[in-house]
Every structure is written in C-alpha cells, then in structure tokens.
Design a protein around this ligand. Structure first.
Ligand code: 5GP
Ligand code: ZN
Length: 112
C-alpha cells in the first residue's frame, strides 16, 4: 500500500534497522523501543491488522519466525513477549500487521 510506512520499510524505500528477512517476513528494530530488545516482525505484503489476516498458515509462520528470532537474538531462554496490538483498544497505531518481540528485561503483568 503506497502510504503505509511498514510497506515502505519492507520495500527499502525508508530506512530501518533490519535484523532479518526472508521471502515472506521482515524484522526490524522498533524506532521507539520499550525494552532492550524490541523488534517488529511484519509480512512483506500489506495486511492491515490481525482482524484482516485470513491466512492462518501465514500467522503460524510469523509466530515461528519470531520464536526463531528470539533464539537468534539471545532472549529465547530468559524469555520474551510477543504482542499483536489490534485496533484502537489494542493500542494499534500502524495499520500494517506486525508482531512486537520484546525482551531483555523482565516483563510485568497486567500490561498497561
Ligand atoms: P503499534 O502501536 O501499531 O502496535 O506499533 C507500531 C510500532 O511501530 C510502535 O512501537 C512504533 O514505535 C513503531 N514505529 C512507527 N513508525 C516507525 C518507523 O518509521 N520505523 C520503525 N522502525 N518503527 C516505527
Ligand atoms: Zn503496509
């Protein structure tokens, strides 16, 4: 989508600290990190939110990609949090499906 910031990151049209990519997903550092490790993982094609994602296999692969990324970035064993903010009550601000991978410090519960 032409006016979507995450589509532009996936296409290399705006810069981002990309840490991993394959044919389907891109992972990059959040510009406003909430933890020592705060990565965003997106599908390269545009999907607005979890509500719009009709491809269960893609969602499973996205989760597996994030799990592997947690191991590769050294937070896998201590632990981490995976978050999909969805729509206004979920706190979603960028409407291109993304997963937050947070780690490097103990997380609290309940979330804010
Ligand atoms: P949301 O609130 O939609 O779940 O998360 C969007 C995330 O994208 C936020 O954590 C925000 O800091 C991050 N973000 C927004 N714009 C950019 C950008 O241009 N580059 C990067 N790397 N992160 C961004
Ligand atoms: Zn997009």
């Amino acid at each position: 989508m032409s006016d979507c910031v995450f589509c532009k990151i996936a296409a290399g049209e705006i810069p981002a600290a990309i840490v991993k990519r394959d044919g389907r997903f891109v992972a990059f550092r959040d510009i406003n990190p909430q933890a020592p490790t705060h990565l965003l993982v997106i599908p390269t094609h545009h999907v607005a939110s979890l509500n719009q994602s009709k491809d269960a296999a893609l969602l499973g692969e996205l989760l597996a990609f994030a799990r592997d990324l947690a191991q590769e970035t050294g937070i896998g064993e201590r632990g981490y949090r995976v978050v999909f903010n969805t729509n206004p009550d979920g706190g979603q601000t960028v409407f291109h499906l993304h997963l937050h991978l947070l780690g490097g410090r103990p997380m609290t519960w309940p979330p804010g």
